[in-house]
Design a protein. Structure first.
Length: 317
C-alpha cells in the first residue's frame, strides 16, 4: 500500500505475489536511493527488530543486521539453539513471546514452507513478519535484491531473456524470482536435471538445455545445489553436474558481452560455476550481496511506515 505521504507501507513481507509491480518498484527505487546516498548510521530509534534464523545463513542474516543498525533500530539477536525451542516451544509461541515483549519486527528464516501463515493470521501477534526464507517456499528479500541488480544493469525487465539454472525444485529463490520476473515482462528459461524440474515451472517459462540458449541470454541466474534438502536421493557427481549444467569457461565465452551472471550464494565453486568466474567481469555475484543491505533497508522502511501510520491512527481515534 502507498500511504497518504506517497510512501510504501507494508504490514508484513512474506511472499512476492502479495506485492504489486508498483510496490516492487518502490522498494527497488528506495534501495537504489540508499545505495546512491549511502547514509551513515542514523541515530538510535525506539523500535526493536529480532533476527530469528532457524536455518543457517550468512548473507541474509548479517545484511539484515547491517541494514537494521544503519537505520538505527535496536537489534535483538535470537539463537534458536539456546532458546526455549529446545524445550519444545513452537514457532508460534516463540513469536507470540517476541510480540509480547515488544519486538516490532521479526525477521524469520525457518525450514517449514509457509511457516508465516499462522503468524500473520494471529490476532494476538502484533509484530510484523519479514520472511528471510521459508523451506523451499520463498525468499522475498533475495528476490528484491536480484531485481535491483538486474534493474541497475538494464534499467528495465521487459523482454530480457533470463535463465534460472540448477536446483529448481528446492529453490525458494527460483520460486520468488519466477513470479516477479514473469510479471515484470522477462522471458524465462529453466535449466535443470529432470528430477529438479517440476510442472509448477511450466507456467512461467520453457525447460531448455543451457547450451541451446546461452548465446541469447541477458541474465544467467545460477542456483546452489542444496545438498541438505536431498534426503536419500542418488549420489551426486559434481563433475557431471558442472559439465552439463555449470557455467564453465567455454560457456562464459559464449555469453553475450552485455550478459550478466548471478547466483544467490553461497556458491559451490567448481560445481555451479567455475571457481574464478565468481569474480569475473560478467559476474554480479558480489554486487548482489552489496545490494542486499540496501534492499533490506528499503524493506524495513516500508514496514516501519506501516507501523508508524498504525500508531498515528490509534492516537487519532
Ligand atoms: N542467499 C542467501 O540466502 O544466503 P544465506 O543463506 O547466506 O543467507
Amino acid at each position: 500500500m502507498i500511504n497518504q505521504d506517497g510512501k510504501l507501507a507494508l504490514q508484513h513481507l512474506v511472499t512476492m505475489e502479495t506485492l504489486s509491480n508498483e510496490e516492487v518498484m518502490a522498494l527497488v527505487e528506495n534501495a537504489q536511493e540508499y545505495k546512491k546516498t549511502n547514509p551513515s548510521a542514523q541515530s538510535l530509534k525506539e523500535e526493536f527488530v529480532a533476527n530469528m534464523f532457524f536455518e543457517s545463513s550468512t548473507r541474509t542474516h548479517k545484511s539484515f543486521e547491517v541494514a537494521e543498525r544503519r537505520l538505527g533500530y535496536k537489534v535483538v539477536d535470537f539463537d534458536a539453539s539456546t532458546s526455549s525451542v529446545n524445550k519444545g516451544e513452537t514457532l508460534y509461541d516463540t513469536v507470540l513471546t517476541m510480540s509480547a515483549i515488544g519486538i516490532d519486527v521479526c525477521v524469520i528464516r525457518h525450514p517449514q514452507d509457509s511457516y508465516y501463515e499462522e503468524l500473520i493470521a494471529s490476532p494476538t501477534i502484533k509484530s510484523s513478519i519479514v520472511n528471510g526464507g521459508d523451506g523451499s517456499g520463498q525468499h522475498p528479500s533475495q528476490c528484491l535484491l536480484d531485481l535491483m541488480t538486474i534493474y541497475e544493469e538494464f534499467g528495465h525487465f521487459d523482454g530480457l531473456k533470463i535463465a534460472i539454472a540448477g536446483d529448481l525444485s528446492h529453490s525458494r529463490v527460483a520460486k520468488s524470482n519466477m513470479i516477479m520476473l514473469k510479471r515484470l515482462g522477462a522471458e524465462l528459461y529453466f535449466i535443470a536435471p529432470d528430477e529438479w524440474h517440476t510442472d509448477e515451472f511450466d507456467e512461467y517459462g520453457k525447460h531448455v538445455q543451457l547450451d541451446d540458449v546461452i548465446e541469447e541470454l541477458d541474465v544467467l541466474m545460477l542456483l546452489r545445489v542444496q545438498h541438505e534438502r536431498h534426503h536419500g536421493s542418488e549420489e551426486f557427481s559434481e563433475a557431471k553436474y558442472n559439465k552439463e549444467f555449470g557455467l564453465t569457461h567455454e560457456r562464459y565465452d559464449r555469453l553475450k558481452d552485455t550478459a550478466i551472471i548471478m547466483h544467490p550464494a553461497p556458491v559451490n565453486r567448481g560445481v555451479e560455476i567455475d571457481d574464478d568466474l565468481v569474480e569475473s567481469p560478467k559476474s554480479r555475484i558480489v554486487e548482489q550481496m552489496t545490494n542486499g543491505v540496501y534492499v533490506r533497508m528499503a524493506i524495513l522502511d516500508a514496514i516501519m511506515n506501516y507501523r508508524n501510520q498504525q500508531k498515528l491512527d490509534e492516537e487519532n481515534k
